[in-house]
Structure formats: C-alpha cells, structure tokens
Design a binder for this molecule. Sequence first.
Ligand code: ATP
Length: 253
Amino acid sequence: MTRVTFRDFSVALAGTPVIGDINLSIEPGELVGLIGPNGAGKTTLMRAALGLIPASGHCSLAGLDDRTRARTVAWMPQDRSVAWPISVEALVMLGRMPHRAPGQRPGRSDLEQVAKAIREVGLAGFEHRAVTRLSAGERTRALIARSLAQQTPMIMADEPIAGLDPAHQITTMETFAGIAASGRSVLVSLHDLGLAARHCTRLILVGERRIVADGAPAAVLTADNLARIFHIEAFLQATDHGPVFQSLRVLGP
Ligand SMILES: Nc1ncnc2c1ncn2[C@@H]1O[C@H](COP(=O)(O)OP(=O)(O)OP(=O)(O)O)[C@@H](O)[C@H]1O
C-alpha cells in the first residue's frame, strides 16, 4: 500500500504562487476530502502532485515514471470530455492498460474488473453505448468506473461527484469509503461540504494560498474556518444519522 508524502511542496502558475508550504502525508486507509473555495488551488495541487505541472519541493508521486504512476494512482480530472465515441466498456478498459504489456489483449481479470466497475457506478446495460451519447452525469460515472477499474493503491479525483444526482453522489462516496476501508487511499476535491463531512475520514482545507486546516471533518469545518475561508455561516451537528451540514448564509465583508 502507498503512503503519499509532500515536503515543502509549492506550485506557481504563470509566475504567480498558487499554493505552497505543503507538508503532509496521505496514509493507506484514508478518504481525504480536499476542500476550499473556487480558485483556492485544489486542482493545481493535485495536478502538481501527479507531476503533470511543475512544482518545487517534494511529492512522492511526482517523480514516478508514467507506467509506475498509472499503477500507483488513478487520476480522474475535472474535465469530463471524451474526444472519441468509444463505448463505455472500452473507456473503462483504458483503466486496465497499466496492468498489461503493450499490445497484450485484455485477459479474464481485466474483463471482470471492468464489468465490476461498470456495475459499481450503476451503468450495467450501458456497456456498448458510445460515451459521447451519455448524459453528463452518466459520463462522469463512466470516468469514475475507469478509475475504479485501474485498481490502484490510490485514487485521486477532481470533483468526481459534481453533477451527479443525490443517490449517485452518495453511492460514489460510499464506494470511495469502502476503498479506503480496504486499506487503499482516496483523495477527492469536492464542494459539497455535507457529503465531505459525512464520508471523509479527513478534510484538508485550502485557502490563502496554503493549507488552512487538516484533520477530522468537525475540526476543520469550524465556524471560524467557514467564515474566514468560505465567507459563510453554516450549521454542523453530529446526529444519529452522522454529521449534518447545511450552509446558512453568506457573511458580509
Ligand atoms: N494556466 C493557468 N495560468 C495561471 N493561473 C491559473 C491557471 N490555471 C488556473 N490558474 C489560477 O490558479 C488558481 C487555482 O486554480 P485551481 O483550478 O487550482 O483552483 P480550484 O481550487 O481547483 O478551483 P475550483 O473550485 O474553481 O475548481 C486560480 O486563481 C486560477 O485562476
């Protein structure tokens, strides 16, 4: 299993510092929610962690060669566009590529993993449908399935539940929680603080070009952090049904 470490990690875009001073590790078994307002640097941090954009300092993923990285971490970017009208099954099968030699045909275990991932995202029956003929939410679920089929020690997903209906948001978070419970790790950026509080084992709050808070959801979603970083007042309470979060109002300057 894989522990991901960051040491003095900083990213600048077009010469402007976006996020810096990152010193943390993500451990096997964690479902980590990366939260913060629009433009806080969540996407930038994840892309830099994967070595897709330059950064200074150390991240244990960034130096891996492409094949090793693809066997270590499944990456689901925020951009959901798929250029070619390939089938759902073919798209999800792309997640199995890092596990086969170049030119090798998919084996039984590849087919099983693909079928399982398609079932997990509720797309059974859509296997032969062109991805370009799916709804936006269905396409998102097909891309989640590709990440699941990759069967990596870690999944990193940029707003994977954005645009999903409530049932599929919950099942996706439950799937990620199950992956974490099995000793793998998941890092997801998300704006739904209620689902973040409910399902994530840990939240990392970014703002002010740095990590503002890192810990258990209740310790991160404090009234002070919500006011300072998100400019909102919210209600958060532990209940018999788990934590319940509701944004209440925007705070003035
Ligand atoms: N190619 C680029 N060149 C310069 N600045 C950029 C570039 N891409 C993004 N930025 C800026 O970097 C900052 C961080 O952007 P990023 O996409 O990482 O934010 P985010 O937290 O993922 O936001 P969101 O919640 O809106 O997805 C923003 O201020 C954005 O305007």
